[in-house]
Design a binder for this molecule. Structure first.
Ligand SMILES: CSCCC(=O)C(=O)COP(=O)(O)O
Ligand SMILES: [Zn+2]
Length: 204
């Protein structure tokens, strides 16, 4: 994808996730793999009202080649996820209430669900009968260190659709902007269902 098309797609995605209430208070950051590198949101902007000047262009090594301001504080995690899964073309990071609360409530290192038809919104999933697992990592203000922890985990348990960062939010990934948006929407539906279920019946 060309840089300008990437920015347009991310502006549109930002408006969409903001309308869902998933990027409050400048939370969240977005990126696309382009022909020659990456486009990533600049730090600190309202992700629901992005403008073309709110992006930086990076080369294939993650070095800034165009744009002003600072790249997202979480750029290193985006770059690591692209490196871990080379088919990934778009990463959208969101801060929904459900992802934030559930990732704190779950004490283990995995959000695991079975039995929901919506699991099939995630690429490669063909049945509600098998567990869908999303890894949860403890939040860390040292993003390089957090990215290394994700990479270490990926060596044994590959990251496929995204990861949760505890008390922080969701990183969803996909082979296109459309797929990443579908993964966010599907995962957020599953998070919301699990929160409702836990409220009704506890963790059983
Ligand atoms: C305002 S929420 C704290 C920062 C954060 O987690 C986030 O997603 C936004 O950071 P950025 O540097 O990309 O604006
Ligand atoms: Zn964040």
């Amino acid at each position: 994808m060309h840089n300008d098309a990437a920015k347009t797609a991310l502006i549109d995605a930002g408006r969409w996730v903001a309308n869902k209430g998933w990027v409050p208070a400048t939370g969240g950051n977005f990126s696309i793999r382009t022909e020659h590198g990456f486009v990533v949101t600049a730090s600190g902007h309202d992700k629901g009202n992005l403008q073309p000047e709110h992006f930086l262009e990076l080369d294939a090594h993650g070095v800034i080649v165009a744009g002003s301001g600072k790249p997202s504080a979480e750029t290193e995690l985006h770059l690591k996820l692209y490196a871990l899964k080379p088919s990934t073309r778009c990463i959208l990071h969101t801060h929904s209430v459900a992802a934030t609360v559930l990732s704190r409530f779950i004490q283990g290192d995995t959000f695991s669900v079975t039995g929901y038809e919506m699991q099939k919104s995630l690429s490669g999933v063909t049945t509600h009968l098998e567990p869908l697992n999303i890894a949860i990592f403890d939040n860390d203000q040292d993003i390089a260190r957090l990215a290394d922890v994700v990479a270490k985990h990926h060596a044994t348990t590959p990251v496929v659709h995204g990861v949760l960062i505890r008390g922080h939010g969701l990183y969803a990934m996909g082979d296109s902007v459309f797929e990443t948006r579908r993964h966010i929407e599907g995962l957020e539906f599953l998070f919301a269902c699990e929160l409702e279920r836990i409220k009704l019946e506890g963790t059983r």
